[in-house]
Each structure stands twice: as structure tokens, then as C-alpha cells.
Design a protein around this ligand. Structure first.
Ligand code: NDP
Length: 283
């Protein structure tokens, strides 16, 4: 059996087209959705992520602001800039690219963003709202995964879900979203015993670890849906996921590739959240 592949690029293009139409409606009312992105330091991966986010905004007819600071910047400078962006009514979304340098208190930075402009959904108030089942902003990566599951008509009610990874930005919010859809959710992490025992039970398996090809075909239930969030590089420098795509696609029923899977959807849902924030301002 060869799995059906969910093409994240194609789905992104479709969703971004819908977002561009909504952005045009707002523009006609004199409101241009605007995302402000803050980057501290010169981490090459972070620089690429911010560049892609800003470029995607412009392409969807939205405005973007990009502030780049030196790695040794005084955190007070960044806090002051966030306060300025919070107060600026023409800015609808604010994101600070993580990770921040060690001399920053990352949690304090995230908490300083206005919850109404927190398009990454990382502010404690927004995390709480998601937990309570009434999210203001859904974190972009799990939001993109939900769209992918929907596009492939994957049944959720009562499904056994196993999520590998318990980070605040992927694993935990992913669990909350799937729980809200009446899945039975198990979250695994680095201390979980017998990972394969869990993964082999999963109707839907989400890998969000950051270890190249660690989920192999023999760890997957035949016919399962496999969502690969991981972004890693092989020894040859090629991008790959947490799932060994070659062996997994022979066992899974539905699978997402890397690259061209969850990655493009993450940026798409950032645009969706920014647009949503702007639409709320227009009401
Ligand atoms: P984190 O490093 O914050 O979390 C990784 C998680 O994996 C932790 O919960 C850790 O457990 C768990 N883990 C580590 N080793 C093992 C193991 N051997 N077995 C089981 N669990 C393990 O990563 P993120 O959640 O931020 O990101 C995960 C991956 O997803 C990365 O590759 C990242 O680049 C990618 N990513 C991709 C995005 C996209 O748009 N496609 C967006 C965001 C992230 P413990 O908690 O015990 O340490």
C-alpha cells in the first residue's frame, strides 16, 4: 500500500487565495492587515522563517514590518518596541521569532505582546482560552495540521491520536485541538517508555520531536494518518522530517511530506490569524 500524500503546498495555495480575497475586502474598507515580526540575532534558520513570513504577507496583500536586532541588544529596547507596536492601531499581529538569545526572558517577552495581537497564540491568556475550548488565536502549526486533517477527510471523533513531543508551540496545543474534536489523545516525550507501543496504536500519529527519521514504518499502524511536523537536516544537508518517509508511506494510509507538508501550512495559518485580528478591528 502507498499512502495518500497531503500536499501542504497545494493546500496552502488554496487557503492563501481565500485569505487574499478576504484581505482585499478589508482593504476596500481602508484597513490593510499588518503583521510585525521581530527577529533578534543572526540564527540562519530564524532569519529564513521571518523572511518567508514577511514575503507571504506581502503576497497575500497584507502589510508587514520587520525589525531586526543585534544578538546582544538590550531586552529593554525590544520591550519598548513591542509596547509601541501594541499601541499602533495599524498593526494587527505581532510575533517575536523564537528562540531568543539566552539573556532574554522569553516568557516575559511573549507576555508583553498584547493578547489581541498575539497571532502566534503563545500568550498565557491565549493558551488558557485554547485550553478552555474558546481560542482567540490557535497556534499556527497545530492550526495548519487541523486544516490538513480536514482537507483529507480524516475522521477525528473517537480516533486514537498519539502525539510525539510536548512543546508549548506544537505538542500541547495540538493535543488540545484534537481533544476538542473528541479524539482520545496520548502525548509521548523523551521519557516515555516503549514509544513504538504507543505509536503502533495510533489512528493519527503526529511527530513533533526534531529527530531526523526517528519514526519508521514498523512503528506505524497500517492505514494510519501520519503527520510529520519535524524539520531536520540529514548528514548530506537535505531537509527531512521526524518520520522516515520511505518506509512510512508503505504502511500509512495518509501522510504529510517534508518539505512541502506542515511547514507551508504554518505560515498560511499565521496569515489567517493576522487577517482574523484585522477583521476583528474592522467590526
Ligand atoms: P522541542 O524541542 O520544543 O520539543 C521536542 C519534543 O520532543 C519534546 O517534548 C521532547 O521531550 C520530545 N522528544 C525528544 N526526544 C524524544 C524521543 N527520543 N522520543 C520521544 N520524544 C522525544 O521542539 P518543537 O516542538 O519546537 O519542534 C519539534 C520539531 O518540529 C522540530 O523539528 C521543529 O523544527 C519542528 N517545527 C516545525 C514547524 C513547522 O512549521 N513545520 C513549526 C515548529 C516546529 P521532552 O519534553 O521530554 O524533552
Amino acid at each position: 500500500m502507498t499512502a495518500k500524500i497531503i500536499d501542504g503546498n497545494a493546500l496552502s495555495a488554496e487557503v492563501r487565495g481565500q485569505l487574499a480575497e478576504r484581505a482585499a475586502v478589508l482593504k476596500a474598507k481602508g484597513i490593510t492587515p499588518c503583521l510585525a515580526a521581530i527577529l533578534v540575532g543572526e540564527d540562519p534558520a530564524s532569519a529564513v522563517y521571518v523572511r518567508n513570513k514577511v514575503a507571504a504577507c506581502e503576497k497575500a496583500g497584507m502589510r508587514s514590518i520587520k525589525d531586526v536586532y543585534a544578538v546582544d541588544v538590550d531586552p529593554a529596547v525590544v520591550f519598548a518596541r513591542i509596547a509601541e507596536l501594541n499601541a499602533d492601531p495599524s498593526v494587527h499581529g505581532i510575533l517575536v521569532q523564537l528562540p531568543l538569545p539566552k539573556h532574554f526572558d522569553s516568557a516575559a517577552v511573549l507576555e508583553s505582546i498584547s493578547p489581541e495581537k498575539d497571532v502566534d497564540g503563545f500568550h498565557a491568556e491565549n493558551v488558557g482560552a485554547l485550553m478552555q475550548g474558546s481560542p482567540r488565536f490557535i497556534p499556527c502549526t497545530p492550526y495548519g495540521v487541523m486544516k490538513m486533517l480536514e482537507s483529507a477527510n480524516v475522521p477525528l471523533k473517537g480516533a486514537e491520536v498519539v502525539i510525539v513531543g510536548r512543546s508549548n508551540i506544537v505538542g500541547k496545543p495540538m493535543a488540545m485541538l484534537l481533544l476538542a474534536q473528541s479524539c482520545t489523545v496520548t502525548i509521548c516525550h523523551s521519557q516515555s517508555k516503549d514509544l513504538a507501543f504507543h505509536t503502533r496504536r495510533a489512528d493519527i500519529l503526529v511527530a513533533a520531536v526534531g529527530r531526523a527519521k526517528m519514526i519508521t514504518g514498523d512503528m506505524i499502524k497500517p492505514g494510519a494518518t501520519v503527520i510529520d511536523v519535524g524539520i531536520n537536516r540529514t548528514a548530506e544537508g537535505k531537509l527531512c522530517g521526524d518520520v522516515d518517509f520511505e518506509s512510512a508511506k508503505e504502511v500509512a494510509g495518509v501522510i504529510t511530506p517534508v518539505p512541502g507538508g506542515v511547514g507551508p501550512m504554518t505560515i498560511t495559518m499565521l496569515l489567517a490569524n493576522t487577517l482574523e485580528a484585522a477583521e476583528r478591528c474592522a467590526k
